[in-house]
Design a protein around this ligand. Structure first.
Ligand code: PMP
Length: 457
């Protein structure tokens, strides 16, 4: 079929996530990708792009690695699929679980496999509740999350998500979920300033636990760095304080590492930056660099031991997905982890993240108010005036800049409310590609501020 035919069929038949469906049907530009190599993609019209968002924070080792194709082919020929249900196993799932236990923070040595991040969070939430049931505290049901968090779109993960744009239209939500303000120092939701604030946002967790009654609280869930919610890094004291509060009240801490994991922020897991060990970790995305869908929940020994108690029929673990531990996805994830380690891509994320930040600073763009993040998980916040941090008159400027960057062959992503731009290229991105990303983004941002679109009539 011709490119035009494919695009017409896409408009007619494909329901795309996160678009205005009417815009799609009307045929607004929506590139259809056909090839990728390193950090570069080519669409069906032959146009090339530098992928400055790593697909969706996940193409960590970059596109087109033959090693992964070879591993997948061999595994498919040998054993295409076998479920982990009913106590059966398969070799790649075992190897991958053992490797994850090696790279995870100490004690997180048990692994439950899923197909992606939402399922990993569902699993973490259910295991947290089951843990308390097993320990004879079934009233501990509440899950506390952050206002700017994104945890996925299935019902539990969506209800744990704080972002209203993700949740709206889908009531009723799952019961017993609560939210507290995020540690967003650039625009503190408590109206305070760091460090004079004494990290009051962490204290909000204690307040919420006491409001609900500790005997009713199962877990606190957080991304080490918010992704979809605006690439927001909490101050250094935040997670140590959170860990202390959780311990004081017998509340489990779930780290959602779906974006932060696997080298993106420089370490295997984002939470390592704070020296804190969670009870449960949800992982996906960079676990396979997107080569095949796979996610995982990592379970601390302490939690695992409680799950098996009391022994006997009552201790049945009633949770599982058909594709838990898919052997081809597991083999590919294992090879991805091997490449991340062998090519020291975590170190490269730090080095290139520093370079990207420096280049952005040197551009002296008058509309960039904040550059933040760790490694190659970066975000820039666009403002009317960097001196005051005043919001742009039209918060959609980031969306216009995203569109202009795409025209000029660079893919970035604007995040809600529209003035934050996420930058997370594959960890193999080159200096020349970073230079080009900054050049295109700098021009696009200046352009959209200086040429606002005519108001719709
Ligand atoms: N958690 C976080 C932090 C995420 O960013 C995402 C996806 N953007 C998810 C969970 C959900 O993952 P998935 O889309 O694979 O279900």
């Amino acid at each position: 079929r011709s490119a035009e035919e494919i695009k017409a069929l896409d408009r007619r038949h494909v329901l795309h996530p996160n678009v205005v469906l009417a815009d799609h049907a009307r045929g607004l530009p929506m590139p259809i990708m056909v090839e990728g190599q390193g950090a570069v993609l080519r669409d069906i019209d032959g146009k090339e792009y530098i992928d400055a968002i790593g697909a969706l924070w996940l193409a960590n080792i970059g596109y087109g690695r033959k090693e992964l194709a070879e591993v997948a082919r061999r595994q498919m020929e040998k054993l295409s699929f076998w479920s982990l249900f009913w106590g059966y196993g398969n070799v790649p799932a075992v190897e991958l679980a053992a490797r994850l236990a090696e790279i995870a923070p100490p004690g997180l040595s048990h692994v439950f496999f899923t197909s992606g991040g939402s399922e990993a969070n569902e699993t973490s939430i259910k295991i947290a509740r089951l843990y308390h049931v097993r320990r004879g505290e079934p009233s501990r049901r509440h899950i506390i999350g952050l206002a700017r968090a994104y945890h996925g779109v299935s019902y539990g993960a969506m209800t744990a998500t704080g972002l209203e744009t993700v949740r709206q239209n889908y009531e009723p939500y799952v019961g017993a979920f609560d939210h507290i303000p995020s540690a967003y120092c650039y625009r503190c939701p408590l109206g305070k300033a760091y460090p004079a604030c004494g990290v009051a946002c962490a204290g909000e967790l204690e307040r919420k636990i006491l409001d609900l009654g500790p005997q009713n609280v199962a877990a606190f869930i957080a991304e080490p760095i918010h992704g979809v919610g605006g690439v927001i890094t909490p101050p250094p004291e935040y997670f140590p304080r959170i860990r202390e509060i959780c311990d004081r009240y017998g509340v489990l801490f779930i780290a959602d590492e779906v974006i932060c994991g696997f080298g993106r922020t420089g370490t295997w897991f984002g939470i390592e930056h704070w020296g804190v060990v969670p009870d449960l970790i949800s992982a996906a995305k960079g676990l396979s660099s997107g080569y095949l869908p796979i996610g995982a929940t990592l379970v601390h020994d302490r939690v695992y031991e409680a799950l098996g108690q009391p022994e006997g029929p009552g201790a049945y673990f009633n949770h599982g997905f058909t594709y838990s531990g898919h052997p081809v996805a597991a083999a590919v994830a294992l090879e991805n982890i091997r490449i991340l380690a062998e090519e020291r891509l975590g170190e490269r994320a730090v080095e290139m993240g520093r370079y990207l930040t420096e280049r952005l600073r040197r551009a002296e763009n008058p509309y960039i108010g904040d550059i933040r993040g760790k490694g190659l998980m970066l975000g820039v916040e666009l403002v009317a005036d960097p001196a005051t941090g005043e919001m742009p008159a039209d918060p959609n400027v980031g969306r216009y800049a995203e569109a202009r960057c795409r025209e000029h062959g660079v893919i970035v992503r604007a995040l809600a409310p529209g003035n934050i731009i996420a930058l997370s290229p594959p960890l193999v991105v080159t200096r020349e590609q970073v230079d080009r990303i900054v050049e295109v983004l700098d021009e696009a941002v200046r352009y959209v501020f200086e040429h606002p679109p005519a108001p719709a009539r």
